[in-house]
Design a protein around this ligand. Structure first.
Ligand code: DGJ
Length: 504
C-alpha cells in the first residue's frame, strides 16, 4: 500500500468514526423529529412545511443551531466516508449487525462478455455500416442471443429440492428453473407470500402461466391466456408442494372477469383474523389493459378454492400493478399504480378486507412506478417499485415513509453487486414481494420475476437477500435533506442460502 493510500485510508477511517459518533449524538434529535413528524402525518397525512417545533413549546435557539451544525457536519463526513470507491466505481462491502446474514453482504461481481456480432461481413459491408454494438439488455431481450443460457439457464441446471442435493441443499440460484416436489417447474409469477400462523406454513400464490405466449394484437404486449392463480406450500421456503390452481379461469363465459382472454396479474393473499377468511386481491384487466381494475376473491382455506367476488376500479380510478399490505395493527392497505401509471394510490381496506374505504392518498406523484412490494422494519415502511417498461427489466427504486399513507420519499436504487447493467435492471428482474425472515430482524427475501416475453411460462424467479441497515446514502426531499432511515440493500448472488441456523 502506498503512503498516500495509507493516509487516505486513515482519513476515511477517522472520518467514519467521527461520523458515527456525531450520528449517535444526533440520533436523539432525529428521533424527536421523527416522532413529531409521525404525529403530524398521522393527523393530517400532509407534507410537512414547517420546522418541527410546536408553536406553543419553548425551543432554545442555540439547541436548534448547534443541532443543525451537527447535522451538516455529519452529512459532510458521511460523504467523505462515501460507500463508493472513487477509482473503480464499484460498491464496497457494507457491514450490518445481522451476523447471520453478513456473508450475504459480500459484493459478488458478474463479468459477462458480450459476444461479437454473428456472421461474417464483407469488408465492403463493414465499411458501409459500422459494427453494431449490443448491450447486455439487447442480449437479454434477444431470444436468439448466445447469452441466452446466462439469463435463462436450461433444465439441466434446474433446482430440484427433492433429489439428494448434498451441500447444495437450500441454495437459491436466481434465474434457474426451480422444480416443485413433483419435479415440475414452479409456475407462480408476479407472486406473493402468505405465512399462515395456524399451519406454520408458507403459501406462495402467483400467476400460473403454463400456456403458449402470443400477441392479441400486433402491437399488444405478449400474453398467455389466464389459467388461474397457483398456490405452492412450503415449511422451509425452498421445497414447494403444488397445491393446485386455487382460483381458476373461466373457459366459456366471455363476459366473466376470469375469462381466459382477459388478464389476471399479481395475486396477493392475506388472512383476516376477524372473519377467519383468506382474502385474495389481484389486478384484473382485459387483453388491452383498458379495464384497469382490481379483483377480490375469498376462501376458508389458504389452499382454496377461492370464490371470486367482484372487480372494480378502486376509488373510481384506473388500477394496474398492485399489491396489498397487512400492517401490525391488522389494518390492510391496497397500493396500486394509477393515472395511467404516473402515480400510485394507497388506501386502507375495510375491516373484512373485501373492499377499499373512502380514504386514499396519491403517492409517488409523476414518478411512473409499478410492481410495488411493501415491507416494514422498526416502524418505517419501505416499498420497492420498478419503472414502467412492459416485460423488459428496468431500475428498481426503494421508497420509505414514516406513515404508510405518506409522504413517501425516494431512497434510490437498492441493488448491489453483479455489474452496472445488473444493478440498472434489478438483476434483469422486476419486484413482486418482500418476505420478512422470521427471527432475523432487518433481513428479508426480495422476490422478483425475470420475465421471458418470448415465452412467458419460462419466466424465472430471482430471490435475493434484502437487508435494512447502515446509513442511507441519498439526500431526502421532506427531511431537510437528512437521511433519517437506514439503507435498504439487495445483494446479487449467483447462489445463496438462508443462514443454516435459521429456524423455520
Ligand atoms: C409490467 C407489469 O409489472 C406486469 O405485471 C405486466 O403487466 C407487464 N407490464 C405487461 O406488459
Amino acid at each position: 500500500m502506498s503512503g498516500s493510500c495509507g493516509a487516505q485510508l486513515m482519513v476515511k477511517v477517522f472520518s467514519g468514526l467521527v461520523g458515527f459518533q456525531l450520528y449517535f449524538l444526533n440520533r436523539s434529535f432525529i428521533l424527536e423529529i421523527k416522532r413529531k413528524r409521525k404525529m403530524r402525518i398521522r393527523n393530517k397525512y400532509r407534507k410537512p412545511t414547517t420546522f418541527p417545533c410546536n408553536a406553543g413549546s419553548r425551543c432554545s435557539m442555540s439547541t436548534v443551531v448547534w443541532s443543525l451544525v451537527g447535522f451538516l457536519l455529519m452529512l459532510h463526513i458521511y460523504s467523505l466516508a462515501s460507500h463508493r470507491d472513487g477509482a473503480s466505481g464499484e460498491v464496497q462491502l457494507r457491514k450490518s449487525p445481522h451476523l447471520l446474514f453478513r456473508e450475504l453482504e459480500e459484493v459478488e461481481e458478474e463479468n459477462i462478455q458480450i459476444p461479437p456480432p454473428r456472421g461474417k461481413r464483407s469488408p465492403r459491408a463493414a465499411k458501409r455500416r459500422p459494427k453494431r454494438t449490443t448491450t447486455l439488455i439487447d442480449e437479454f431481450l434477444d431470444e436468439n442471443s448466445q447469452l441466452r443460457h446466462v439469463f435463462f439457464p436450461d433444465m439441466k441446471t434446474a433446482i430440484d429440492p427433492v433429489k439428494d442435493n448434498g451441500n447444495d441443499s437450500f441454495y437459491y440460484y436466481p434465474g434457474r428453473i426451480w422444480l416443485d416436489t413433483e419435479g415440475a417447474p414452479i409456475q407462480s409469477h408476479g407472486g406473493g407470500m402468505l405465512y399462515d400462523q395456524r399451519s406454520r406454513t408458507y403459501y406462495w400464490y402467483g400467476e400460473y402461466k403454463d400456456g403458449p405466449t402470443y400477441h392479441a394484437h400486433k402491437k399488444g404486449p405478449a400474453r398467455v391466456d389466464v389459467i388461474g392463480v397457483s398456490c405452492y406450500s412450503s415449511k422451509d421456503l425452498w421445497t414447494w408442494k403444488n397445491e393446485g390452481i386455487v382460483l381458476a379461469a373461466e373457459e366459456t363465459n366471455e363476459t366473466h372477469d376470469l375469462h381466459k382472454s382477459n388478464v389476471l396479474e399479481r395475486p396477493k393473499v392475506i388472512y383476516n383474523e376477524n372473519t377467519g377468511k383468506y382474502v385474495m386481491w389481484m389486478h384484473m384487466d382485459d387483453c388491452n389493459y383498458t379495464k384497469a381494475a382490481v379483483g377480490v376473491a375469498i376462501s376458508d382455506y389458504p389452499t382454496g378454492p377461492f370464490d371470486y367476488l367482484y372487480s372494480k376500479r378502486p376509488h373510481g380510478f384506473d388500477s394496474r400493478d398492485m399489491t396489498i399490505f397487512k400492517d401490525d395493527d391488522g389494518v390492510a392497505y391496497l397500493i396500486y399504480s394509477t393515472d395511467d401509471n404516473s402515480d400510485l394510490h394507497i388506501g386502507p381496506l375495510t375491516a373484512d378486507y373485501l373492499d377499499v374505504t373512502d380514504v386514499v392518498r396519491r403517492i409517488l406523484v409523476g414518478q411512473h412506478r409499478e410492481a410495488p412490494a411493501l415491507f416494514k422494519f422498526e416502524g418505517t415502511y419501505y416499498m420497492v417499485t420498478s419503472g414502467c417498461s412492459g416485460w423488459a427489466p428496468n431500475e428498481a427504486i426503494i421508497h420509505a415513509a414514516e406513515s404508510i399513507m405518506g409522504p413517501w420519499e425516494i431512497m434510490g436504487n437498492p441493488c448491489i453487486g453483479g455489474n452496472k447493467i445488473f444493478r440498472l435492471t434489478t438483476f434483469f428482474a422486476q419486484s413482486t414481494y418482500v418476505i420478512p425472515v422470521p427471527g432475523l430482524p432487518g433481513s428479508f427475501i426480495f422476490m422478483a420475476d425475470r420475465w421471458n416475453p418470448a415465452d412467458l411460462r419460462d419466466s424465472r424467479y430471482v430471490w435475493l437477500p434484502l437487508i435494512v441497515g447502515g446509513p442511507a446514502d441519498r439526500p431526502l426531499e421532506y427531511n431537510f435533506g437528512f437521511p433519517l432511515w437506514s439503507r435498504v440493500s439487495i445483494y446479487w448472488h449467483k447462489k445463496w442460502r438462508l443462514p443454516p441456523r435459521w429456524s423455520f
